[in-house]
Write a protein that binds this ligand. Structure first.
Ligand code: HEC
Ligand code: HEC
Length: 215
C-alpha cells in the first residue's frame, strides 16, 4: 500500500478511536492534586523503566518512555487498564494509579531526553534504515517513517521509536497480535497488524537495530 493510503487509514482509525476513549480532562483542583501525586509515582516508574526512563534490560526488558509523545503514553496506560493491551506487570501498575494522573505522568516522561540505552547489534542496521525510510514494496510493508516520522520521534498516539531498546522492539513486534488490540474490539494498534504480518524475523531485527541507535 502507498504511504498516502496508510495515512488515510490511520486518520480514520484515530478519529473513531479518540471519540471512543478520550479521557475526561477535568481541569482545576483535581488536576493539581493529580500532578503532585504523579511526581511521587514518577519515582516508582523509574525503578523499572530506568532513572531517566531510558529503559532497562534485566530479567524483563523495560521499554524506554523518555521522549515518547504524551498522548501515546496516556493511551497505552489506558490500554493496559482496559486490557486492550495484555501485560500482567503493567496491568497491575496501571491499576495502582488514578487515570487523572496519566496526563501529568505522561508529560513528565515525554520531556526527558537521555541518550539511547545502547548495546544492540548493528550488523543489519543498513537494511533496517532502508525498511524504515522506504518500506518493502514487494512485501507490502509500508515505510515506517510515513507514520513514525522521518526522525522516528513519533507524534500523538504514534510512538517514538528512536532510542527504543532493541530487545523490546523485537519482542513487541513478534508478539503483536497476542498482546495488542485484545478484547475483540478493533483499536489503533490494529493499524500495525499488516506490517508485523509481512515482516520476517530478520527484517524485524534489522529495523530494531537501526532505530534503537537513533537519538
Ligand atoms: C515493575 C516494573 C514496572 C513498573 C514499576 C512500571 N512499569 Fe511500565 N512497563 C513495564 C514493562 C515490563 C513494560 C513492557 C510491557 C510489554 O512488553 O507490553 C512496561 C511498559 C510500559 C508502557 C508502554 C511503553 C511502550 O513503549 O509501549 C508504558 C506507557 C509504561 N510502562 C508506563 C509506566 C508508568 C507511567 C509507570 C509508573 C506509574 C510504570 N510504567 C511503572 C514494567 C514496569
Ligand atoms: C500506518 C501507520 C504506521 C506505519 C506505516 C507503521 N507504524 Fe508502527 N505504529 C503505528 C501506531 C499507530 C502504533 C501504536 C500502536 C498502539 O497503540 O498499540 C505503532 C506502534 C509501533 C511499535 C510499538 C512501539 C512501542 O513502544 O511499543 C513499533 C515497535 C512499531 N510501531 C514499529 C514499526 C515499524 C518497524 C514500521 C515499519 C516497518 C512501522 N511501525 C510502521 C503506526 C504505524
Amino acid at each position: 500500500m502507498r504511504a498516502a493510503h496508510w495515512r488515510v487509514a490511520l486518520q480514520a482509525a484515530l478519529a473513531s478511536f479518540l471519540t471512543a476513549a478520550t479521557l475526561s480532562a477535568d481541569a482545576g483542583e483535581k488536576y493539581v492534586h493529580a500532578a503532585r501525586g504523579a511526581e511521587a509515582k514518577f519515582e516508582y516508574c523509574t525503578t523499572c523503566h530506568g532513572p531517566s526512563a531510558q529503559g532497562f534490560r534485566g530479567f524483563y526488558v523495560m521499554p524506554r518512555l523518555a521522549g515518547q509523545p504524551a498522548q501515546y503514553i496516556e493511551n497505552q496506560l489506558l490500554a493496559f487498564l482496559q486490557q486492550r493491551r495484555r501485560n500482567p506487570v503493567m496491568a497491575n501498575v496501571a491499576h495502582g494509579i488514578t487515570p487523572s494522573m496519566f496526563p501529568a505522568l505522561a508529560k513528565r516522561m515525554s520531556a526527558l531526553n537521555p541518550p539511547p540505552f545502547g548495546g544492540a547489534p548493528s550488523g543489519e542496521a543498513a537494511l533496517g534504515r532502508e525498511i524504515f525510510a522506504h518500506g518493502l514494496p514487494d512485501q507490502n510493508v509500508p515505510a515506517c517513517s510515513a507514520c513514525h516520522g522521518p526522525d522516528a520521534k513519533g507524534q500523538r498516539e504514534i510512538p517514538r521509536l528512536a532510542g527504543q531498546l532493541y530487545w523490546y522492539m523485537v519482542q513487541t513486534l513478534s508478539l503483536w497480535n497476542s498482546e495488542r488490540g485484545q478484547g475483540g474490539r478493533e483499536d489503533i494498534s490494529w493499524i500495525m497488524r499488516p506490517t508485523v504480518a509481512n515482516l520476517t524475523p530478520k527484517q524485524i531485527q534489522a529495523v530494531a537495530e537501526y532505530v534503537s541507535a537513533l537519538r
